[in-house]
Design a protein around this ligand. Structure first.
Ligand code: UDP
Ligand code: MG
Length: 343
């Protein structure tokens, strides 16, 4: 179909060498689901007449998934298997998949058949409308209500408030991205669910789309309640990155100065009491508070300076500019990407 072909054929590379879409799936002990999943993805993509590749990242499975992936990759031309040395977690597995994906658009989804590959064309169509990231929204999510849905609802609400990115379902793995966007982003911790927020920090255009969701047919979920805690910790990181990554001194410097100022005020008062009124101040709790405020102030302030240095190293060592350019329009050229055609 036409979708994505326009979006995806803009690149200057020789036709045929770069697939339209890379489908990235993290795999951890999903041997029974895999054959169904691959079939479903292939059927959908072929029906769309899109060139595609499936990047299966094995995240240290112990159930025969590795063997199956090896066979599939050796016998089929549309599967690339990336085998990690041990279990690193879903975020790392997805990051490895993104790294090996060559497509112009990249789609991620779970390998347990909970996401439905039939939704992929809808996401791609949205990308074509001009978005950089389209996130799935599991409107009728098929998971346990108390241990999964409730924590997820609360987490989604908090994440939305903190990051300012208002989408309903951060946890949905089914997402589509323009490849340029992912090339700019590094993933750590459990950060894959924050991809929309991270992308937003990078200036991306983001939207969401209701998608299907099925109950698990094979195997079992790899997560429990403990994940909520880790997600909240990651959220703190994201919040800090969004607000202060390029200006840490604005937080630490401010609190440091406030603390020092208060310490100085209290200190002056105590000095006055001691010198002018001649009272003893050695046993006053206020003295301890004064000392703590002064010390904390100095420490926060110097920490801010250190953070400024580290921030510069962070950006410069990776060649990361503090801004992202969407497109450059050259003078007298219709489309910024047509530079190569100039005489
Ligand atoms: N997964 C992974 N590494 C892990 C845990 C999970 O690659 O350490 C994969 C897993 O195979 C699945 C996806 O991540 O494709 C989501 O995992 P799961 O279905 O257990 O999560 P849930 O749907 O219950 O949130
Ligand atoms: Mg699942």
């Amino acid at each position: 179909m036409l979708i994505s072909q326009r979006l995806l054929s803009e690149d200057t590379a020789a036709p045929g060498s770069i697939p339209d879409v890379s489908v990235v799936v993290p795999v951890y002990n999903e041997v029974e689901s895999l054959p169904h999943l691959i079939e479903a993805i292939a059927t959908t993509m072929l029906a769309q007449e899109l060139s595609y590749e499936i990047i299966c990242v094995d995240d240290g499975s112990t159930d025969g998934s590795v063997q199956l992936l090896k066979e599939l990759a050796e016998t089929r031309s549309d599967i690339r298997a990336v085998l990690l040395r041990r279990n690193y977690g879903q975020t790392a597995a997805m990051a490895a998949g993104f790294k090996h994906a060559q497509g112009r658009a990249i789609v991620s989804l779970d390998s347990d058949l909970q996401n439905d590959p039939a939704d992929i064309p809808l996401l791609l169509a949205k990308l074509e409308e001009g978005y950089d990231l389209v996130s799935g929204w599991r409107l009728h999510r098929q998971d346990a209500a108390l241990t999964r849905l409730l924590p997820s609802k609360i987490a989604n609400w908090i994440i939305g408030r903190v990051t300012g990115v208002k989408i309903h379902d951060y946890g949905c793995s089914l997402k589509a991205y323009r490849s340029e966007l992912l090339a700019d982003m590094n993933l750590y911790g459990e950060l894959h669910r924050f991809l929309p927020a991270l992308a937003f920090i990078e200036g991306a255009r983001i939207t969401e789309l209701p998608v299907r969701h099925h109950a698990r047919r094979f195997g079992r979920s790899k997560y429990g309640l403990a994940r909520t805690f880790r997600v909240l910790m990651d959220l703190l990181t994201i919040w800090f990155m969004k607000k202060f990554l390029t200006r840490p001194m604005h937080v630490f410097g401010l609190f440091g100065l406030l603390s020092m100022l208060l310490g100085l005020l209290l200190g002056s008062y105590l000095t006055f009491v001691k010198l002018a009124l001649g009272e003893s101040i050695g046993n006053r709790p206020l003295l301890i508070l004064t000392v703590v405020l002064l010390l904390a102030g100095v420490q926060l302030f110097s920490f801010g300076l250190l953070a400024e240095l580290m921030m510069r190293t962070y950006h410069e060592s990776q060649g990361r500019p503090i801004y992202r350019v969407r497109q450059v329009i050259e003078p007298g050229v219709k489309n910024g990407k047509e530079r190569g055609n100039l005489p």
